[in-house]
Design a protein around this ligand. Structure first.
Ligand SMILES: Cc1ncc(COP(=O)(O)O)c(C=O)c1O
Length: 331
C-alpha cells in the first residue's frame, strides 16, 4: 500500500484543488515494477521455473533481480547500454546475469525471445505471461480503497509498455463486478515523453495500435518504449474512459520534477514528473477542471535517476563530468 499524498502547493499553483499523488517510488526496489514482478516471480516459484530472462528499460530489471535473488532463481537481464546507473548496479548486486545491449528495449526483447527459444529459459517480458499485470492491477485496487471506494475524476499515468494502465483498467472492471464500486470511471490519461510518444501519436491519429517510434530518446528511461506491447489495450482504456494522451518535452518534465521536490518534498522519477507537467497543461487548456479529483502516479523514485537530475545540479565546472556516487575527491 503506497501512500496517496495531497499536493496542496502544486495544486494551488496549477489551479487544481484536489490534486493527489500515489507515490510508487516507495515500493521495494524504488518503483511500481515491484508489484508486477513480485507476483510473476512468486508464480514462477509455484510453477517450478528455474531460469528466467527479461528485456527492460531498467526498473523492471531491478525488480526482477531482487525477487529472483529472494526466490533463488537465475535471472538474465537485457537492458540498453545507457540504462540508468542505479538499475545496472542493482541488477549486478542482486546477482543477475546482465547483458547491456547497444540499442533500445525493443532490441533487448528480440534477443530475449531468441535466447528463451534456444535455451529453454522462461520469458518474463511484459505481457508474455499473465502475472505481471495481476500484480500491477493492485495500483487500481489501492486507489479505490484509499478514496473510500469511489474512483477519482482523472488518473494520469506515464505509459511505456502500458501494463500499469491496462492493469488498473482491469482492476476497475473487477471491482465493479464484485460490487465494490459503481460504474464511474476516471478519465485515463496516458502521459509520454516528446522524444518517444507512439501512444499519443496513435491516439491523435485515431489508430487502434501504435507504430514503431524511430529514434526514441528521453531522460524518462521507462518511457523509451518505441513500440509498446500493450498499445491496443492502453488506447482502448484511454478512449473508453473519455481520457486523453499527451506528450511532454524532457525539459518541461525535469522542471516539473524539481518544482515538485521543492514544493512538496517528493523526489519523483522523470516518468512521474511528466504526469505533473501534463496535469498542469491539461488544467490550463480546460481538459481538467479545477474541482476534479486528479490522481497522478509517480511510478518511481527520483533517486534512481541521479544522472538525469545531476545535469541540473552539477557539482563540477563545465567540461568535467560529474563523478556520480564516486569517491569524494577534488577530481
Ligand atoms: C518509472 C517508470 N514509469 C513508467 C514506466 C512505464 O510502465 P508501463 O509498462 O506500465 O507503461 C516504466 C517502465 O519501465 C518505469 O520504469
Amino acid at each position: 500500500m503506497t501512500p496517496l499524498l495531497s499536493l496542496r502547493r502544486t495544486g494551488a499553483r496549477i489551479g487544481a484543488k484536489d490534486l493527489l499523488l500515489k507515490d510508487e517510488g516507495l515500493n521495494p526496489t524504488g518503483s511500481f515494477k515491484a508489484r508486477g514482478l513480485s507476483c510473476a516471480v512468486s508464480m514462477c516459484v509455484e510453477l517450478g521455473v528455474k531460469v528466467m530472462a527479461i528485456p527492460s528499460a531498467g526498473n523492471a530489471a531491478s525488480a526482477l533481480s531482487a525477487y529472483a535473488a529472494a526466490a533463488g532463481i537465475e535471472a538474465h537481464i537485457y537492458m540498453p547500454a545507457d540504462v540508468p546507473q542505479a538499475n545496472f548496479i542493482e541488477c549486478k548486486a542482486y546477482g543477475s546475469h546482465v547483458t547491456l545491449v547497444d540499442g533500445l528495449i525493443s532490441d533487448c526483447g528480440r534477443i530475449v525471445g531468441e535466447r528463451c527459444r534456444a535455451d529453454g529459459w522462461f520469458d518474463i517480458s511484459t505481457l508474455k505471461e499473465p502475472y505481471r499485470i495481476e500484480g500491477k492491477k493492485t495500483m487500481g485496487y489501492e486507489v479505490a480503497e484509499q478514496l473510500g471506494w469511489e474512483l477519482p475524476d482523472a488518473i494520469l499515468y506515464p505509459a511505456g509498455g502500458g501494463v500499469g494502465m491496462i492493469g488498473m483498467w482491469k482492476a476497475f472492471g473487477e471491482m465493479e463486478a464484485l460490487g465494490w464500486i459503481g460504474s464511474k470511471r476516471p478519465k485515463m490519461i496516458a502521459v509520454q515523453a516528446e522524444g518517444c510518444h507512439p501512444i499519443v501519436r496513435a491516439f491523435n491519429e485515431g489508430e487502434e495500435a501504435s507504430r514503431f517510434w524511430e529514434g526514441a530518446s528521453t531522460v524518462a528511461a521507462g518511457l523509451r518504449v518505441p513500440k509498446p506491447l500493450g498499445d491496443r489495450l492502453t488506447l482502448k482504456a484511454v478512449r473508453e474512459s473519455g481520457g486523453t494522451a499527451i506528450a511532454v518535452p524532457d525539459r518541461e518534465l525535469m522542471d516539473a520534477g524539481i518544482k515538485l521536490a521543492s514544493e512538496e518534498g517528493i523526489f519523483a522519477a522523470p516518468e512521474g514528473a511528466a504526469c505533473v507537467a501534463a496535469a498542469e497543461r491539461l488544467v490550463r487548456d480546460g481538459f481538467l477542471k479545477a474541482d476534479d479529483k486528479i490522481v497522478i502516479y509517480n511510478t518511481g523514485s527520483g533517486l534512481k535517476y541521479l544522472e538525469a537530475y545531476s545535469v541540473r545540479f552539477p557539482r563540477v565546472s563545465a567540461g568535467q563530468t560529474d563523478k556520480l556516487g564516486g569517491l569524494i575527491t577534488p577530481r
